[in-house]
Ligand binder design. Structure first.
Ligand SMILES: [Zn+2]
Length: 734
């Protein structure tokens, strides 16, 4: 990380000079998250639907599509909730609001009303989708201030439909016009909720309202840089968040005034959300993760990652995983159908990670029907398993912290560090959860033995204190690279916020690009430390790419990894180490006596092991990551799965049962999607530690639909699974 150009104190000075009405000290993320807004009552229906359908109308569907086909498909797929297109860009009902564009194919029909009536007869919860991000010439002429403006001052035409205009997300188009649209829909149909798509603007807007409102709130002109360390950009990030929370709340109040048992569901979430997920988790009674399919080199577990991100702040509230039946790439073949096995694997990982499935189909006229059968099979199987899918809580003992602060305020690809850990934990078959940086209190994290901090650069003093207290209560911490080297705004600290935990101080320098550097494994000096398990025959391995120089605060015993510094990698004649061995430790292991005689363990890697693993996938780095978790966690795991292949393992407790999900990610195309065919893996042994005080009633395999071979002694249960195709669930009735 580079030292930021402006410190917080300087920022305050700048702000004062600019005559700001709000200083940064006042303009905190907490305030931007809307301290004045609070969660409304939970609608009565939100927890009921386990399976969702979304039919996203296109403008010429009215009069063309087959209503009864869709109602029948919803019935066959046992869907209990549905999302239907209402208005915004196109109204699919006879709207009376000026400039609310009726579908040109609408005639005197009401396709939205027809579908709502049909779905209600099926007993489904009904929510209506609105999309406000684009409008037409007549609206632009009557209300030129509704249109988004680019940095050069030009009103923005739509990039894909050039006859349309892009609207401003933060001005009166959304706050007034779209509020009226929602009120009209709610008054006409009294639906259960409104799903708001593309509601948060389409990039920076320099319209008259944005200029005026930002100036009034912060004293600044709108930023013209993306650098998150620029004070104006930073203020903009916080101001925009505040506007969006306000917008969501405005709409939510408006629909609840008409139907108190309803709500607005924003399409937002994840580490990259412009909204703080802790606050989102408090406000939203239900949330939908819009990660529709894999694209490019995305790993097949990416949907599980979304589930974990959402659950970290939603807790037990329903998180829904929206998946598309089409190919999801930059070229946006939204009208396509992709391989059934790809859909099957994606939805399996979504379900195994605790989300409820929601399929989306764009366009109600079918041009390719190949998706119908696989989606029906997935949903019917889900209905059959339902009793074992109403989870109370996960039983994972490892939590990986994800940091929106770091993503927002620290330049660079911070998510690569999380992805490295994610891949390593999947390969190691360790069940784990994600933890939001805003939820580090005992009540949130004491379910875990180990917290992992994957280059969580930006941490407030209070958050550092919470992590310290976690260790004092006997918890363990694994941290990498620049963790805690900046405050919550990404402003560089002189020393790590967690220096006392790591036992080292910041040495003042970061080597950002190491070439041809290595690690020496100190087998003898450390008497074969468990961190080196599986590497017994390796005298040295590759280093990472970036490292932080540190100075130990105390005399450490010999550490298992020491530095072999970079040496020339060309010409080949020059490729020999100039230094064979140093005493510079590249991992710091500590065992700290906590309260109650419990001891927390701390592992600090002063380099980017997780990011490098994600880039290179070297098995030596995998072993270090796996061993670090095992050493730090230092307890009998709740579940151990042995056998060939790559499995995503999740463990859950329901009211009267426990489940172990095993999703088979073993595939020759695991690292370059999409999947062509599912490849069954061989025998797996699943060893489960049953919760104390429970007794075993029954064990069965939900996918194979049979009772497996198992052995049972006390709380120790071992189940043998002969093979797994895509997804198996060991259901244990207690
Ligand atoms: Zn604007």
């Amino acid at each position: 990380m580079n030292t930021p150009p402006v410190s917080r104190r300087e920022f305050l000075k700048t702000t004062a000079l600019a005559g700001a009405s709000v200083s940064l000290a006042q303009f905190t993320p907490q305030m931007a998250s809307g301290a004045e807004i609070s969660a409304a009552a939970k609608p009565s229906w939100v927890d009921r639907p386990m399976r969702w359908a979304q039919l996203a109308f296109v403008e010429n569907d009215p009069g063309t599509y087959d209503l009864n086909f869709w109602l029948d498909y919803f019935r066959r797929t046992k869907c209990e909730g549905v999302c239907l297109s209402g208005g915004g860009c196109v109204a699919f009902y006879p709207t009376k609001i000026p400039y609310h564009h009726r579908s040109a194919w609408l005639g005197d029909r009401d396709p939205l009303g027809d579908l709502i009536a049909g779905c209600r007869k099926l007993g489904m919860a009904v929510i209506v989708r609105t999309d406000p991000h684009a409008t037409y010439d007549d609206a632009a002429q009557a209300h030129p201030d509704w249109i988004a403006v680019d940095a050069s001052g030009n009103k923005r035409r739509h990039w894909a439909s050039p006859e349309m205009w892009v609207t401003c997300g933060l001005g009166p188009y959304n706050f007034e016009f779209m509020t009226d649209v929602k009120k009209e829909i709610m008054s006409r149909y009294r639906v259960d909720g409104v799903f708001i798509n593309r509601w948060d603007g389409s990039g920076m807007c320099y319209c008259e309202h944005c200029v005026k409102n930002f100036k009034a709130a912060t004293g600044f002109d709108l930023p013209r840089t993306d650098n998150p360390q620029d004070p104006v950009r930073r203020a903009y990030i916080l101001w925009r968040e505040q506007r969006l929370f306000g917008l969501w709340q405005t709409w939510d109040r408006a629909v609840r005034e008409i139907n108190p048992d309803s709500c607005v569901i924003p399409n937002t979430g994840g580490v990259g959300s412009p909204l703080d997920m802790k606050k989102v988790g408090e406000l939203a009674p239900i949330l939908v993760a819009d990660r529709q399919a894999r694209r490019g080199l995305m790993a097949p577990w990416a949907i599980g990652l979304s589930a974990k991100e959402y659950r970290a702040t939603l807790g037990k509230k329903p998180a829904i995983g929206m998946f598309s039946v089409g190919v999801e790439e930059a070229y946006r073949w939204k009208d396509s159908v992709q391989n059934a096995d790809e859909i099957r694997l994606w939805s399996a990982d979504l379900i195994a990670n605790g989300m409820r499935p929601w399929f989306i189909k764009f366009g109600a006229v079918l041009r390719d029907e190949r998706w119908l059968k696989p989606v029906e099979e997935i949903f019917v199987r889900h209905a059959r398993w339902e009793k074992y899918l109403r989870n109370e809580h996960p039983l994972a003992r490892v939590g990986v912290v994800y940091s929106q602060q770091t993503a927002r305020f620290v330049a660079g690809r911070t998510e690569d560090h999380v992805h490295g850990w994610y891949q390593a934990l999947i390969e190691a078959r360790v069940p784990f959860e994600l933890v939001h940086e805003g939820l580090l209190d005992a009540a949130d994290v004491d379910q875990f033995k180990t917290l992992i901090l994957p280059n969580v650069v930006a941490l407030s003093d209070a958050q550092c204190a919470q992590i310290r207290q976690f260790v004092e209560r006997g918890g363990s911490v694994i941290a990498t690279h620049e963790t805690s080297l900046a405050d919550e705004f990404g402003t560089h600290r002189k020393n790590f916020g967690l220096a006392d935990l790591f036992g080292v101080n910041f040495g003042g320098r970061i080597e950002t690009r190491m070439q041809n550097a290595y690690l020496r494994l100190e087998h003898e000096a450390t008497h074969q430390h468990p961190l080196l398990n599986g590497l017994e025959d390796a005298p040295r391995i590759i280093h990472g790419v970036s490292r932080v120089e540190v100075e130990p605060q105390e005399k450490f015993p010999p550490m298992p990894l020491t530095l072999i510094p970079s040496y020339p990698d060309l010409p080949m004649e020059k490729v020999f180490p100039r230094v064979e061995k140093t005493d510079t430790a590249q991992v710091f292991l500590r065992e700290l006596g906590g309260a109650n005689g419990k001891s927390g363990r701390v592992v600090y890697f002063p380099w980017d092991i997780d990011r490098t693993f994600w880039e290179i996938l070297a098995v030596d780095h995998f072993k270090l990551l796996r061993n670090a978790v095992e050493w730090a966690t230092n307890e009998e795991p709740a579940v151990t799965v042995t056998g060939p292949g790559v499995l995503d393992v999740t463990v859950w407790q329901q009211k009267n049962s426990l489940t172990v999900h095993l999703v088979n990610l073993t595939n020759p195309m695991l690292m370059k999607g999409p999947v062509r065919e599912l490849i069954p893996i061989g025998e797996q042994q699943v060893r489960v530690r049953l919760p104390e005080g429970t007794s075993l009633k029954k064990v069965h395999l939900l996918a194979a639909e049979k009772t497996p071979r198992f052995q049972h002694h006390g709380y120790d249960l071992t189940v043998t699974i002969p093979s797994i195709l895509d997804h198996e669930v060991v259901a244990i009735d207690l």
